[in-house]
Design a protein around this ligand. Sequence first.
Ligand SMILES: [Zn+2]
Length: 282
Amino acid sequence: MPEFPEATTISSQIKNYFNLTKNQPNLNHPQITLKKINIYKDSIIKNPELVNELINKNLEDVSNYGKIIYFKFNGNYWILFHLALTGALLIKEFLSPDKLNYFEKYKIIEFIFNINNEQEKILFFSAKRLFEKVIFTKDENPLKKYGPPFNRLKTIDFINILSKIKKPIKIALMDQSLIAGIGNIYAIESLFCAKISPLRKSSEITVQEYYKLYNCLKEILKESIKQRGSTISDYVDALGQEGNYQNLHKIYNKTKCPDCNSKIKRIKIEDRITYYCPTCQK
Ligand SMILES: [Zn+2]
């Protein structure tokens, strides 16, 4: 469920927590060393044999590429987090006792960091269902199989990528190998905003419509980040708090169109629930 706004919310909270400044990674950069990893459930952990190699490595960056949150360490070691439906990446000291108690029941893995050899900081990953993934990898660029993230795309590139695709626009928008970061909720909301039917073939959408869709997505994602994302069922940020953008959804999970009052259609496109207004979206 977490898409770009939710992953961005979590990764920036963790980045701030570690005082990893955005533009000047080497200036006043604290030395953040991974001291210990405790694994509680190993079924969703990929390449756990790398755990020993990661100990004593320095954390260089925390960020997200589309929906995927990552920790990058020296020596090209990475930990990637796919939050899927119920994954939560949490800063232990910021959780209330109730929340800590709740999330610890579903704890998958815990990371103990040491800051400048003085202070200890603990993060953990919890997941109720087990579709989520924690991937350890040693690679120069483990994210190369994904398309460029939407937030780094210019309008012209967005149009070039999508207009070649013969599938419905909603499917193309959500295909992470084309563009990274957009999932079901933001595809539905942005297509409504741009008045484009989710069933239209991407190759048949006009350039003007693509401009509108790009701007809608940009605005919607920006506002959602401001609201710390959308919580539909399980999503929480790194502090264990729900997002607020679900209160601003116009069409996702709604029955009546806010613009024309028509009944909203709820259909499945390639197995994913889709909402659209048959009157406004053509
Ligand atoms: Zn409508």
